[in-house]
Ligand binder design. Structure first.
Ligand SMILES: Nc1ncnc2c1ncn2[C@@H]1O[C@H](COP(=O)(O)OP(=O)(O)OP(=O)(O)O)[C@@H](O)[C@H]1O
Length: 234
C-alpha cells in the first residue's frame, strides 16, 4: 500500500489582517509523488512551501505521518520535510556552518553517525555536480546563484534524512547540463531503497522540467488548490 506522508487540511495564509494569500488548500502527499506546484507569479507557491516547512504562520492543520510537526520537534521535523530555498545565497554564514547546524538537528544517534563521517556525503554529492570543497567555506553571499543552489540541494539530499523535499525552483540558476544532473539524481534517489527520500514538491517555471520530473500537478490560486491532469502553461 502507498504510504501517506503529508496531509494538508484547510490551509490558509494571511497577507495582512484583511486579506489571505490563499485559503482552503487541501491535498495529500504520498510515497512516490513528485508534485509540480503551479500557479501564476505571486499566487503563493513559495509561501505554501514555507507553511509546509513550518517556516510561515498558517491556519489549518499539516500532519506528517499522522502527527503534527510540533510533536516531532520543529528542527527535527525540518530535517525530514526539507525546504530548499529559491535563493540560498541569502542564508547567513558559510555552507559548512549550514551543514553542521542541520546535522545537529537530527536525533542524537543520527548526529553521532553524521559527526563520524556522514557529513562528507553532501560534499561528495556537490563535487559530482562540479562544486569544489573549498566553496563550502566561503560565505553564501560570495557564491554564485548556481553554486549556492547546488550546495543547498546537496545538503538536502546528502544528509540522508529528508523524506520529503520541498524544492523551490531548485535549478533556476543552473545551466541545462547541471539541471539534468540534479533532476536525475533526485529521481534516482526516490527510486533507491537505501535512500529515505520518498516524495518531493517541486516549484518550476519550466514546463519541460515539470513534465520530465512530475508525477502529479497541482495548481494553487487564492481560493485553493486543485489537481491538474498535466502541466499547463503558466
Ligand atoms: N513576508 C511577507 N509579507 C507580506 N507579503 C508577502 C511576504 N512574502 C510574500 N508575500 C506576498 O505573498 C504573495 C505570494 O508570494 P510568493 O513568493 O509565495 O509567491 P510565488 O507564487 O512563489 O511567486 P513567484 O512565482 O513569483 O516566485 C505575494 O503577493 C508576495 O508579495
Amino acid at each position: 500500500m502507498v504510504e501517506k506522508l503529508l496531509e494538508l487540511c484547510d490551509i490558509a495564509c494571511a497577507k495582512n489582517k484583511d486579506e489571505n494569500i490563499f485559503s482552503s488548500v487541501n491535498f495529500d502527499v504520498n510515497e512516490g509523488d513528485i508534485i509540480v506546484l503551479q500557479g501564476k507569479s505571486g499566487c503563493g507557491k513559495t509561501t505554501l512551501m514555507k507553511c509546509i516547512a513550518h517556516l510561515n504562520v498558517y491556519e489549518g492543520q499539516i500532519l506528517f505521518r499522522g502527527r503534527s510537526p510540533k510533536s516531532y520537534g520543529i528542527p527535527n521535523y525540518r530535517t525530514q520535510i526539507f525546504y530548499v530555498p529559491q535563493r540560498p545565497s541569502l542564508l547567513p554564514g558559510t555552507p559548512r556552518d549550514f551543514l553542521t547546524t542541520i546535522a545537529s538537528f537530527q536525533s542524537r544517534k543520527e548526529y553521532s553517525k553524521a559527526a563520524g563521517g556522514d557529513l562528507i556525503y553532501p560534499i561528495e554529492v556537490a563535487e559530482a555536480w562540479g562544486i569544489d570543497e573549498e566553496l563550502w567555506d566561503r560565505n553564501w553571499s560570495n557564491l554564485s546563484g548556481g553554486e549556492s543552489q547546488r550546495i543547498a540541494l546537496a545538503t538536502a539530499v546528502g544528509l540522508n534524512t529528508a523524506e520529503v523535499l520541498l524544492l523551490d525552483e531548485p535549478t533556476s540558476a543552473l545551466d541545462p547540463t547541471s539541471s539534468a544532473q540534479v533532476e536525475r539524481f533526485i529521481t534516482d534517489e526516490m527510486r533507491s531503497a537505501e535512500s529515505p527520500l520518498k516524495a518531493a514538491i517541486w516549484i518550476t517555471h519550466s514546463e519541460e522540467q515539470g513534465r520530465r520530473v512530475g508525477t502529479r500537478f497541482l495548481r494553487i490560486s487564492a481560493s485553493g488548490c486543485y489537481e491538474e491532469p498535466r502541466i499547463l502553461e503558466a
